[in-house]
Design a protein. Sequence first.
Length: 388
Amino acid sequence: MTFDASAVDLSILSARAYNLRWAELPKGVIPLTAADPDFPIAPAVKHALQSYIDGGYLSYGPAGGFKEFKEAVANNYQLKNQVSYSPENILPVDSAAFGIYLICQALLQPGDEVIVFNPVDFLFKYAVEQVGGVAIPFDTPQSEARMDFSGLSSLITPKTKMICLCNPLNPTGKVFTQEELEDLSKIAAEHDLYVMSDEIWSDIVFAPHRFCAFSSIERTYAKTITVTGYSKSYGLAGLRIGSVLCPDETIYQKIFLKSLHQSTVHGVNVLGQVAATAALNDAQVWLDGFLQHLHKMRDLAVQELNGMPGVTCSSPQGCYLVFPNIENTPYTAEELHHVLLQEAKVAVVPGMPKWFGAGAQGHIRLSFATSEEILLEGLSRIKRFLTK
């Protein structure tokens, strides 16, 4: 498959792509918003779904998830990260976002404190607060320098229960090195804290940077719960499928009981598991091609943004997102979001505290998971607006 304009079907996207994208915005607006690819799913995933539906039945699945799915997750994680998880201790969930909430629900009590990076996706703070916890922000500035975790210890109190790690980090694209994760692991072990490692972006890493799984660090493996999903890598957002990888049976059972899967009050749809299984087992060549395209789009976006007045943009190490600083334009992030939508016909995500924390102020976020033609047109519209 090629990742160019011919692969992007705007007629279908305009009917199906919601969450601030083509189907939700006025006609003519280019959405560089939600992190959801403009490209269709891999052929192997499409064929697996078609084959399953051709069987004619959409019956209940097992409460703990399909064996094939759990094995595919475990095998893929072992292959890419050299970390072993028992398939029995992997729980499919209806999106990584719900996985984050479920982990908080299972492991936190009201009043427990949780370290949450700043800036980071709002879902971490939201999940912590929904179960009565208190989110404590830890600044993670956008920088090529080694992350300094020395200040994190001063935020830990007797109420601290967990650290939330997002690696690669949305929205900055930071990919944490082995050495940085070792530093974080020492602090977590010293204070006997859980670490929830969100690794939904772990496939989207640009050379020469490399992803390192936090669970690969032995000293904190027993208290690390990994959550991931398949929407970023394989375009499966509408199927709402993710997974929680638990180090042992005890933690798995806590999370499983809170999931309500066993009662059928909640659960994961079978088609999501079928699609993700095919993606993990048979779509790696497609993913490699997607990543090559994204690498090119990243370089293009960074170059174009740095050529705009008042804008500076670091090159993300991972994620298909750029997070340019717009403080030297005449606009706040929220103002720029509004005027670009109204006048340039481009939608971006403003770096507002409610979306990413206070550390996001003065920035906007753009997704570049689209064709070169669409990306260039969107960026050209922004540049024309800022230079007029």
